[in-house]
Write a protein that binds this ligand. Structure first.
Ligand SMILES: [Zn+2]
Length: 486
């Protein structure tokens, strides 16, 4: 784009009213009201009005939303932002290789500045992709300096964040009890309002002695919800859920990440105590935590939200989360029907449902549904416009939910508001410079390559392909082989 189209930051300052004009508006209110050729007016931090032919204050920035979709900013309820410094490095990993690399071998060499670099890039990336609320599942916090660095990065980016404090290098019952940690919470997390929330992030191993009890008690003392990887094949299972339940630590604010390999008993306990599940479909499919559980959650009436988990594999946008989740759910339904020699004639899960999970579902999971996740007068103005007149896939716009899920991409995010502030406009980030993030991540990559050594770096990124015999010719009556006769 030419320099002439770059938005002038002077004209997009915080506090200026914004009017989206002539868009298709997905309100994501209780009735999922959809308005065609409609307007959304933002004044200050809040949505002032949603409707037709709204009049704008004289000083309003009027954005032509014709041909576009105006909807709430998306909400990611589980992302390890620090790992974005290693973007794409683990594309061919399994969960085992991820555990070995981060938990056992190399996570411990990350310095505070490396955590800062990943967080900075990831938080910026989220805004660019229309993700306005982001849970930083920050489990690389080996020291309080790491935690300060992680939070410094979040606070330098104008997104709405929830800081989920964690540390995979130490026992949760130890770090959550340390005076340093308590001091950090008091110093940096208390009283930050709805722009910076706080959770405790740790997993429950299923040890019958339930040593995690002390960490749950710490969370309760601090008034912080717990987010936990639960139902992860080979790592966490029904025992953890049962222990949490028996000790009274399953609450409506608890978020169960993945919840992919649990039995009906555990889903019943989650449903009965009102918690929600964060589905990371691309992660579950590729890393192997279990089959993405949306199909089971529906049957148990468990609320869902969506997440991207880690950009060491996947990009940090929820378009791919919505698309993969809907596809995985339908794939499961078809396969199960085929196993019964039946045919699915009607889809149960709809595009509208996964748009809900990516917006108001996330807000509900985080206890922020009176703040964000829908476009209604009085809600904070976390608003995105999906519009790209240069993209042939953006017309005709017939089924707006379907268009968001199966047609649109992150490059189609035209405008993003967080808390009423324009952070992206006309496809450009506003007052956000990528240069420091690029420099910081470059420094981190250089440091890691040097520290690990070239061989470890290369083999880490290129895990061996297991040696298996592939029978490309199971027919005994011919020697012909697709791979050739040798
Ligand atoms: Zn995770």
């Amino acid at each position: 784009m030419s320099a002439a189209t770059t938005p002038d930051p002077e004209n997009l300052g915080p506090g200026r009213p914004v009017l989206f004009r002539h868009g298709t508006v997905l309100t994501m209110d209780d009735s999922h009201t959809v308005l065609r050729d409609a307007d959304v007016l933002v004044i200050g931090e809040r949505v002032e009005a949603v409707g037709h032919n709204l009049s704008a204050p004289d000083d309003a920035l009027v954005i032509d939303a014709t041909g576009g979709i105006v909807m709430p900013g998306m909400i990611d309820t589980h992302r390890h932002l620090w790992q974005t410094a290693m973007r794409g490095y683990g594309a061919d990993w399994t969960l085992t290789q991820y555990f070995v690399w981060y938990y056992l071998e190399w996570g411990k060499i990350f310095r505070p500045e490396d955590i800062h670099a990943g967080n900075l890039l990831s938080a910026i990336e989220a805004l660019d992709a229309g993700v306005t609320t982001l849970v930083d599942w920050s489990h690389g916090l080996r020291t309080i300096d790491h935690a300060d660095a992680a939070l410094d990065a979040l606070e330098s980016v104008p997104g709405r964040h929830v800081f989920a404090y964690g540390n995979i290098q130490a026992a949760p019952w130890e770090w959550s009890a340390s005076p340093d940690f308590r001091d950090f919470v008091t110093r940096r997390l208390h009283g930050k309002g709805d722009m910076l929330g706080f959770q405790l992030a740790f997993d429950v191993t299923g040890d019958p002695a339930f040593p995690e009890k002390a960490a749950f008690e710490a969370a309760r003392d601090l008034g912080a919800p717990v987010t936990t990887h639960a139902g992860v094949w080979g790592a966490t299972n029904d025992d953890g859920i049962r222990l949490m339940h028996e000790h009274g630590f399953m609450t409506p604010s608890t978020i169960y990440v993945h919840a992919a390999t649990l039995t009906p008993d555990s889903y019943n306990r989650i449903a009965a105590t009102g918690g929600s599940v964060s589905i990371s479909t691309e992660s579950e499919q590729s890393a192997g935590q279990g089959y993405p559980p949306s199909w089971r959650l529906r049957r148990h009436g468990i609320p869902a939200s969506l997440s991207m988990d880690t950009s060491v594999w996947w990009s940090g946008d929820l378009f791919s989360a919505m698309r993969s989740t809907l596809s995985a759910d339908r794939s499961r339904e078809h396969l199960e029907a085929h196993a019964r020699t039946e045919t699915v004639t009607h889809c149960v899960l709809r595009a509208e449902d996964v748009v809900d999970w990516a917006t108001r579902g996330g807000a509900k999971a985080l206890g922020l549904d009176s703040v964000t996740g829908s476009l209604q007068p009085g809600r904070k103005a976390d608003v995105i416009l999906i519009k790209n007149d240069q993209n042939p896939a953006m017309f005709p716009l017939l089924n707006p939910y379907g268009h968001v899920v199966f047609q649109a991409q992150r490059a189609d995010v035209h405008t993003v508001l967080v808390n009423g502030r324009v952070v992206k406009h006309d496809h450009h980030l506003v007052n956000i410079d990528l240069t420091p993030a690029r420099q910081a991540v470059g420094d981190t990559v250089d440091y890691l390559m040097t520290t690990m050594g070239e061989e470890a770096w290369t083999t880490g990124m290129n895990p061996e392909v297991p040696k298996v015999t592939v029978h490309d010719n199971p027919y005994t009556y011919t020697d012909w082989s697709a791979a050739g006769s040798d």
